[in-house]
Design a protein around this ligand. Structure first.
Ligand code: FE2
Length: 178
C-alpha cells in the first residue's frame, strides 16, 4: 500500500484490510443469500417473510459498501467480485431451494449465527489496532443482531425454545423448523 490512514502502521493497516475484506465478502454473500430466500420462500406467511427480507438486503448492501470504501480509505483495493466471495469464504453456499417459510428461517438463523460470530471476531481483531474500523463493525453487528431476532421470533415458542435448536447444518435446521 502506498498510503494508509494517518497514524496506522503498515502492519496494522494490512491486518485491518484483510479483516475488512473477509467481512466484505461475507456481507456480499449474505445479501445474495437473502435475495435467494426472498425469491424461493413459499407457503403460509409467504408475504410477511418475502417483504421482511428486502429492507435487510438494502441494509446489508449498504454495509458492504461501507466496508469496501473503508478498505479503499486504508489505501487498498476492495475485492467485490463473485470470485472474491468464493476465495474468501470458509463456508458453503446456502443450501435450500424452494422451501417453506419455517424451513428457510430455520436455515437463515444458522447463516446469521455465522456472520455475527465472525463480525464479533473482527471487532476483537480491529479493536486493538483501529478503533475507527471497530466502531463501524460494532454498529453493523447491532443491526445484524436485531434482524437475527426477527428471524428467531418466527422460530420461537411461547416458552422461548427455538424450533431448530441443536441443529448444526442448514438442512438439519430446516428439517427441525419445518
Ligand atoms: Fe422482490
Amino acid at each position: 500500500m502506498a498510503f494508509t490512514a494517518p497514524g496506522l502502521t503498515e502492519d496494522s493497516a494490512a491486518t485491518v484490510v484483510k479483516t475488512l475484506q473477509e467481512r466484505l465478502s461475507a456481507l456480499n454473500d449474505l445479501h445474495l443469500t437473502l435475495k435467494h430466500i426472498h425469491w424461493n420462500v413459499v407457503g403460509t406467511n409467504f408475504i410477511g417473510v418475502h417483504e421482511m427480507i428486502d429492507p435487510q438486503v438494502e441494509l446489508v448492501r449498504g454495509y458492504a459498501d461501507t466496508l469496501a470504501e473503508r478498505i479503499a480509505t486504508m489505501g487498498a483495493s476492495p475485492q467485490g467480485t463473485a470470485k472474491a466471495i468464493e476465495d474468501n469464504r470458509s463456508w458453503d453456499d446456502y443450501s435450500l431451494g424452494r422451501d417453506s417459510v419455517q424451513a428457510h428461517l430455520g436455515a437463515l438463523d444458522l447463516v446469521y449465527v455465522g456472520v455475527i460470530k465472525s463480525h464479533r471476531d473482527a471487532i476483537e481483531t480491529t479493536g486493538k489496532i483501529d478503533p475507527v474500523t471497530e466502531d463501524i463493525l460494532i454498529g453493523q453487528t447491532a443491526e445484524l443482531e436485531k434482524f437475527h431476532w426477527f428471524v428467531r421470533a418466527h422460530l420461537e415458542s411461547y416458552t422461548g425454545e427455538l424450533s431448530n435448536a441443536g441443529a448444526t447444518t442448514e438442512q438439519e435446521a430446516a428439517e427441525k423448523a419445518r
